[in-house]
Design a protein around this ligand. Structure first.
Ligand code: ZN
Length: 247
């Protein structure tokens, strides 16, 4: 498949027409994974004509509802859809607490309601901050304060891509984005001053604002960052925005 990132949503817990909560689809030649799975993610995957068995891995940044809640409708459909029942195992990766939070979520409605054991298994795989291995792929999976959140970073063809999930403005965030070719970052917990500062300090080449709470002014952000010597580009993300992994 074409190697690409698609922003499934750029929103937050706020209910906004046209905006799902922040989640990213990553497609590599031999892997399709979804990073975070909050409100609207399942519908966005369906709108891309992706069937249940097309998605093998979900990586959770942390356990706030806006990052996990659509696991319920997604797995309900996996088990009981008549047009697209799941037959392939699903791997869910997340920080410590995975069994407690996601295990309880999946068990909430009783046996067989979200996972029909005869057809597929959901594997819950706890990942400590550091390296996440999925098949032949190695991701950096890094704790970013303050919400117990974990960013995901991938190196591919001499380029680097970073997703921050739900972060804040701090030294760890700057280090995580330092010099990356593309960052899809939580801009909603940052002020406009901090977004500019993050661009200038990290020197990330392209920065896509996601997890958006307040309206953002793309022109003004770029002008202010540029005046501080930033040579990259800041863009406001939107749902279903597609970004290639090359060029
Ligand atoms: Zn969030």
């Amino acid at each position: 498949m074409t190697e690409r990132l698609i922003l499934l949503g750029v929103g937050t817990c706020q209910l906004e027409p046209g905006r799902a909560t922040s989640a990213v689809l990553l497609e590599l030649d031999d892997l399709r994974l979804v990073y975070d799975f909050g409100r609207g993610t399942a519908d966005r995957l369906a709108s891309l004509d992706l069937r249940q068995d097309d998605v093998e891995s979900i990586v959770l940044s942390h356990y706030h509802p806006d990052h996990v809640s659509d696991l319920v409708p997604y797995l309900h459909a996996a088990s009981h859809s008549r047009t697209d029942p799941r037959s392939r195992d699903l791997h869910i990766y997340g920080p410590p607490g995975l069994d407690d939070v996601v295990g309880r979520l999946l068990g909430l409605f009783g046996p067989g309601s979200l996972v029909v054991e005869e057809r597929f298994t959901v594997h819950l795989e706890v990942v400590e901050s550091g390296t996440l291995a999925i098949g032949p792929h190695r991701f950096e999976y890094r704790h970013l304060p303050p919400a117990g959140n974990h960013g995901l970073k991938l190196a591919r063809g001499g380029r680097s891509y970073a997703l921050t999930g739900d972060s804040d403005f701090h030294r760890e965030e700057i280090d995580f984005l330092s010099g990356v070719d593309l960052a899809i970052f939580d801009s909603g917990h940052l002020s406009e001053d901090q977004i500019v500062e993050l661009a200038v300090a990290s020197r990330a080449k392209r920065m896509i604002c996601s997890h958006i709470y307040e309206p953002l002014d793309e022109v003004a952000l770029n002008a202010r960052a540029s005046a501080r010597g930033y040579t990259g580009e800041i863009r406001i993300g939107h749902d279903l925005m597609e970004l290639g992994l090359s060029g």
